[in-house]
Design a protein around this ligand. Structure first.
Ligand SMILES: [Zn+2]
Length: 333
């Protein structure tokens, strides 16, 4: 039976809305779902990669923080698929409503309460879960987001923004230290992907070399920026673009239309191989990079790091505001 909810406005703090199930859970005051709304929500603006960005003071402290990329989000998808699919949602806790998309927190909660997540999909850096009563839960992890499954909800990690409790115990927690990212409910997954202006997923089987060549052909942009453009190819960010270009021995600053046809073909096959290998080994962009095969750039991707192939000190420079690492000898950068 679907738990109904009532809304009561807290007299102590006008910016808090307390949502309490009225029926079988009414006695569990401690388990009430609390929605904390900011008095003034900063305006959201769309980032070039499709994520919502909401300004916060901490944004300025780590300007070049890296965000979860395709391999990380594929890992979150596995967490969701393994631990949450088919289970009835007992309660949804929104600790900070600023992370939600257009849907108000109350509507978000009531649509999920009593439902089940029945399918997990990933497109680029977006994770989507089909809700059995219709619609899709969408998760974007921004710069510092993650998804974890907890056996006991009392172990809630810091910066948990949304928690989904299941009736047979266990909770899915969306964590995001900085308020960059988004949790939302949409009607249709394909419409959502189209609405976000996302290009094909970098590991989509239908995205073959001909499609890749058509997507990048003739571009005068540098190849690193193009690989990272979610409208062209979805899933690759600052870190994996460096790994892919290092493995392909291509200068990140090279103009795409200057690449020889053989280089373009090589780049495509290396892109697939690097991402598939990371996914298969459970490596992410910042976590578990030691799981990547020998000769990978990422474990050396730091100031003073050395090329795993020729031991040259890596060159560090900015491309389009992002920090690129490359080997001056192997990649002629
Ligand atoms: Zn080298």
């Amino acid at each position: 039976m679907r738990p109904k909810s009532v809304l009561t406005r807290s007299s102590a703090a006008s910016n808090k809305i307390v949502t309490a199930p009225t029926e079988r859970r009414a006695h569990k005051i401690a388990a009430w779902t609390r929605v904390v709304r900011p008095r003034m929500s900063p305006p959201a603006s769309r980032r070039p990669d499709g994520a919502y960005r909401k300004a916060s003071s901490s944004d300025h402290q780590t300007k070049d923080a890296e965000m979860p990329e395709l391999p990380d989000v594929e890992g979150f998808k596995r967490v969701l698929a393994k631990s949450a699919l088919g289970k009835t949602i007992d309660q949804v806790v929104v600790n900070d409503a600023r992370i939600l998309g257009k849907l108000p927190a109350r509507a978000f909660i009531s649509r999920l309460n009593g439902s089940k997540l029945i399918e997990a999909r990933r497109h680029g850096k977006h994770l989507m879960a089909h809700v059995d009563r219709g619609g899709w839960l969408t998760l974007h992890f921004g710069m510092t987001g993650a998804l974890q499954f907890l056996r006991k909800p009392d172990n809630e990690p810091p910066f948990t923004r949304v928690r989904i409790d299941f009736s047979d115990d266990g909770s899915l927690v969306y964590i995001n230290k900085r308020m960059i990212g988004r949790v939302d409910l949409v009607e249709d997954a394909a419409d959502f992907v189209a609405g976000e202006n996302l290009g094909p997923d970098a590991l989509d089987r239908r995205f073959d070399f001909d499609a890749f060549r058509a997507a990048v052909f003739g571009s005068k942009r540098d190849v690193k920026a193009l690989l990272m453009d979610q409208k062209v190819i979805a899933g690759i960010g600052n870190i994996y673009s460096d790994e892919i270009l290092f493995r392909a021995r291509i200068n990140p600053a090279e103009r795409t239309d200057k690449l020889a046809p053989s280089q373009l073909k090589h780049l495509f096959s290396v892109m697939r191989k690097v991402l598939r290998t990371a996914v298969a080994r459970g490596a992410g962009s910042e976590h578990f990079i030691d799981r990547l095969p020998e000769g990978s750039l990422l474990p050396e991707r730091r100031k003073g790091g050395r090329c795993p192939h020729c031991r040259s000190v890596l060159k560090v420079f900015k491309i389009g505001g992002r920090t690129a690492y490359c080997c001056p000898r192997c990649q002629k950068c």
